[in-house]
Write a protein that binds this ligand. Structure first.
Ligand code: APR
Length: 270
């Protein structure tokens, strides 16, 4: 593993435009369970995944009931909001500070990359800390609404201050389209990168899982180096989409990669 860490550090140090794609495996060391790993939410309770497919329809059918349930019954949201970034998140934030990592496209809704200090984060599946208008995609800080008071006074759901459309969580539910702005910016990041880190994802959910394959396509002879960092092999490994897999915990490997990059920069007098 150490030689792969040194290899990844060299490729990052020489990169022109490195981008990271992340998934729930990044956050398990922060106490936020993943979905399909050995202790994943779907692994432990397959019915929960089926219910998750219902969320979007429930919202569309009855936004008020969706909001009441979200504010009274959903406990995992509170756990996620109290989670703290782990060394893997901090390592990616520092690689951005060093101007090596240009952006993160994350499937995670937990806001932990932002809490770790990462600035350019594209929340491909939305973010639990934001609300979004169902009609015009305008996003709001929940603090702009007195949601607890609205619940107590039976005035849910909240409405958009721009177009009066109904608001939902910014979280992208199954069968809900990826917000067009995030989809566009993510594809631009992927199209322009020469090194891609793929951290903590099983890479089985589309359209996110298309992004590494888009990066793999040779563009004008310019090859993108694709490095997986994951506890287990994935379809990207099996199909040769990634150039290599550094198998293990992101919270352990990413800080080692960061340290190796720093050593390379020091040796080069940078
Ligand atoms: N370090 C590295 N890899 C890890 C770690 C860790 N500490 N913990 C778990 N993993 C790996 C798991 O083995 C698994 O391969 O991370 C991967 C997580 O995969 P999933 O649980 O499928 O999560 P993700 O790929 O992000 O899921 C994508 O599915 O349910 C939807 O919307 C949800 O965004 C999510 C999407």
């Amino acid at each position: 593993m150490e030689d792969l860490i040194a290899k990844a550090a060299g490729q990052l140090a020489r990169s022109r435009y490195a981008v990271a794609l992340t998934g729930a495996g990044m956050s398990t060391e922060s106490g936020v369970p993943d979905f399909r790993g050995p202790n994943g939410v779907w692994t432990r309770n397959p019915d929960a995944e089926r219910q998750a497919y219902e969320s979007y329809y429930r919202f569309q059918r009855d936004p008020k009931a969706y909001w009441i349930e979200r504010m009274t019954a959903v406990t995992w949201l509170k756990d996620m909001e109290s989670a703290r970034p782990n060394p893997g998140h901090h390592a990616l934030a520092e690689l951005e500070e060093m101007s090596i990592l240009k952006s993160i496209v994350t499937q995670n809704i937990d806001n932990l990359h932002q809490k770790a200090g990462s600035k350019k984060v594209l929340d491909y599946h939305g973010n639990i800390s934001l609300l979004r208008c169902y009609s015009c995609d305008t996003r709001y800080d929940p603090q702009q609404y007195e949601l607890e008071r609205m619940l107590a006074e039976d005035r849910l759901p909240p409405y958009c201050q721009k177009c009066n459309g109904v608001l939902k969580s910014d979280v992208v539910h199954f069968n809900e389209a990826i917000p067009p702005d995030v989809a566009k910016h993510s594809q631009e990041e992927v199209a322009g990168c020469d090194v891609m880190l793929i951290c903590g994802t099983s890479a089985v959910v589309y359209p996110f899982a298309m992004l590494p394959r888009m990066a793999k396509q040779e563009r004008a002879g310019r090859k993108t180096v694709i490095i997986e960092i994951n506890a287990e092999a994935t379809p990207l490994t099996a199909e040769g989409v990634s150039d290599y897999l550094i198998q293990g915990k992101t919270g352990t490997i990413l800080p080692k990669v960061l340290e190796a990059v720093k050593q390379k920069r020091k040796a080069e007098g940078q």
